[in-house]
Design a protein around this ligand. Structure first.
Ligand code: PEP
Ligand code: MN
Length: 338
């Protein structure tokens, strides 16, 4: 249930709404907008509660039921776009934010080279997995803590923020010490213990779409993070599984305008895992920008042929540099910049 306060309602009036909800055993989340405050009333039995419970209180403008399963990620709760700030880089604003780097941190030379070259080409944030969720237990699982230390080293050396994946709820505290953004991978989008743990942290988080999940399930998963108190949430479309098998996944370009319509959260796109092949990555990256994505997450490796993970879909330094120059005019044509 969403309680919209009148413009200029007093803090005592807002407190009254909060107190009434709490006295009924319900949770609340406030959106202190620039013009008016919105109070989300959350709980499993709000459906049974008459809207008058809150409509009669002074300062209340309207009370609406949200029929969708997600509440805090919805436009009804927050009509203005949210932005997430990472070391002064704003994700969800006019700037298109480019995150690039290897699938996995492999060794000191590789991650140093990667940081240097993506930064030189104009990327804003470095990616690199230290804990890799692999489909097979026999595949390279990442350097784990050593990988985090290497990421922290290059972050310091190049002054570039880093994003890395968390696969275990118990590692959230550790990884947030080394990373500027936590990544929840596609295979973990509905790992609710992990989402709850990240919800309690204040670290920005990229929530990748589960490849078998609907947009509604994705936004409802985002509610776990938001309900925990972490409002630094960025969504990432990375392709879904369909009957089509000519690419690794089917990039759901539609989800970009759909998210923009139904949610206030910023959305970035990972064209690499959708394409599965570096030849298709530039086209998908350009399509994503044109469709309104707030940023891109692209796999780039100093030497893709030698990559331990996802080499085929990783852009070479030269191809990444070329793509960056091709993205600029697209950003400009939609009144944005890189
Ligand atoms: C990755 O970003 O390297 C990754 C494993 O992606 P996804 O979770 O989208 O498969
Ligand atoms: Mn990868």
């Amino acid at each position: 249930m969403i309680v919209e306060m009148r413009a200029g309602s007093t803090s005592a009036e807002i407190d009254d709404v909060v107190e009434r909800a709490k006295s009924l055993g319900l949770e609340v989340q406030l959106n202190l907008g620039t013009e008016r405050t919105v109070v989300a009333i959350l709980g499993s039995n709000t459906g049974q509660l008459p809207t008058e419970t809150f409509a009669v209180l002074p300062g209340v403008d309207s009370v609406t039921r949200i029929m969708k399963p997600y509440k805090l990620a919805s436009r009804e709760f927050k009509s203005e776009n949210s932005t997430v700030s990472v070391n002064g880089i704003e994700i969800g604003g006019k700037q298109i934010v480019i995150i690039a780097g290897p699938c996995a941190v492999e060794n000191e030379t590789q991650i140093n080279e990667a940081a240097r070259l993506v930064q030189e080409a104009g990327a804003h944030i470095l990616r690199g997995g230290a804990f890799k969720p692999r489909t097979s237990p026999f595949s390279f699982q990442g350097l784990e803590k050593t990988g985090l230390e290497l990421l922290a080293q290059v972050r310091e050396k190049f002054g570039i923020p880093v994003i890395t994946e968390v696969v275990d709820p118990h590692d959230v505290g550790l990884i947030s010490k080394y990373a500027d953004i936590l990544q929840v991978g596609s295979r973990n989008m509905q790992n609710f213990a992990l989402l709850n743990s990240i919800g309690k942290s204040k670290c920005p988080v990229v929530l990748k779409r589960g490849f078998s999940c609907t947009v509604t399930e994705w936004l409802t998963a985002a509610d776990y993070l938001l309900a925990g108190g972490n409002n630094q949430v960025i969504l990432c479309e990375r392709g879904i599984r369909t009957f089509e098998d000519s690419a690794r996944f089917s990039l759901d370009i539609c989800s970009i305008p759909v998210i923009k319509r139904f949610s206030h959260l910023p959305i970035i796109v990972d064209p690499s895992h959708a394409a599965g092949h570096h030849l298709m990555v530039p086209s998908l990256a350009k399509a994503a920008l044109a469709a309104g994505a707030d940023g891109l997450l692209i796999e780039v490796h100093p030497n893709p042929k030698e990559a331990l993970v996802d080499g085929l879909q990783s852009l070479s330094p030269a191809n990444f540099t070329k793509l960056m120059t091709e993205l600029e005019p697209i950003a400009k044509s939609i009144d944005r910049h890189i």
